[in-house]
Design a protein around this ligand. Structure first.
Ligand code: NAD
Length: 293
């Protein structure tokens, strides 16, 4: 396959490198030169614009920060819908609003392109180890075409439903994760206030009905687990501002549908306070400290 990969950041770069390792020819573009240099050094073909990268590709993958970046990449005056070959399959792996995702896919369809949304879960470690979970929305025929590529970047590939469904699942999942992180932090803080050792508390709750992914694999209390952001000064991992963006997507989505998400909204406010306190760049488990503040 000839693949254009647009957005070579924390997630996109390791994902693109796994496609190169699998023997594909990958044309990459990122606005940041350092990311392009790292891509080139690892065997990628670096290009000077998204349109150039897409020129000879039959698959175009984007991995950008948020909805507005995806809209600009595809719908802008010199965007990919105006410049790329309509025979190429478009795959957006960014986490964006389901509504925007559907609108971009509809615009793509009107220009003769097939497009699927394929946001991921599994973090930067999953992107490096090619163990991501893909949540895919779009027509089955297009999902099947992309599946062999997803299998080179991930372990679990789910076809969630029609266009936008991948983003819907991602928004629900990350809202739950954001709430779980706050709930787990609150429980750990309460135990510690009682004089409990947080490791003993975590071990017991991990084998009891409060068990969850945060408690088992991503403990927010420093020193309980090795190799998680909380034991490395909350560096790396999944940023507070990215979690805040995802909770904003959940709020916006719920408002559109008049759906009730009181815990999601409360969580969004707590992450927002944490971000405004200057912690937006830290891993989202640092909200453990916001709970106490
Ligand atoms: P990032 O900020 O590290 O990377 C995004 C890259 O896109 C940057 O390098 C930026 O320069 C580039 N970019 C922006 N606009 C561009 C354009 N028009 N053309 C080319 N390049 C452009 O972000 P990330 O951590 O890689 O996350 C990407 C997406 O994946 C986000 O939507 C995020 O929510 C989602 N996500 C992230 C994680 C994680 O753990 N970091 C996990 C799952 C999903």
């Amino acid at each position: 396959m000839k693949i254009a990969f647009i957005g070579l950041g924390n997630m996109g770069l390791p994902m693109a490198l796994n496609l190169i390792k699998a023997g594909h020819q990958v044309f990459g573009f990122d606005l940041v030169q350092a990311q392009l240099d790292a891509f080139k050094e690892a065997g990628g073909i670096s290009m000077s614009s998204a349109s150039d990268a897409a020129l000879n590709a039959n698959i175009i993958i984007s991995m950008l920060p948020a909805s507005q970046h995806v809209e600009a990449l595809y719908l802008g005056d010199l965007g990919l819908l105006a410049t790329a070959n309509p025979k190429s399959l478009l795959i957006d792996c960014s986490t964006i609003s389901p509504k925007v995702s559907q609108a971009v896919a509809a615009a793509a369809k009107s220009r003769g392109f097939a497009m699927i949304d394929a946001p991921v879960s599994g973090g930067t470690a999953g992107a490096q180890a090619a163990t991501l979970t893909f949540m895919v929305g779009g027509d089955a025929v297009d999902v099947d075409l992309a599946r062999p590529l997803f299998e080179k970047m991930g372990k679990n590939i789910f076809h969630a439903g029609p266009s936008g469904s991948g983003q819907t699942v991602k928004v629900c999942n990350n809202m739950l994760l954001g709430i779980q992180m706050l709930g787990t932090s609150e429980a750990l803080r309460l135990g510690v206030a009682n004089g409990m050792d947080p490791k003993v508390l975590s071990d017991i709750m991990s084998k009891s009905s409060g068990r969850n992914w945060v408690l088992e694999l991503y403990n927010p209390c420093p020193g309980v687990m090795d190799n998680v952001p909380s034991s490395k000064g909350y560096a790396g991992g999944f940023g507070v501002d990215l979690m805040l963006k995802d909770l904003g997507l959940a709020t916006e989505n719920a408002e559109d549908l008049a759906a009730s998400i009181p815990l999601g909204e409360l969580s969004r406010k707590l992450y927002e306070m944490h971000s405004k306190a200057g912690k937006g760049h830290l891993d989202f488990s640092s909200v453990f400290n916001q709970v106490e503040d």
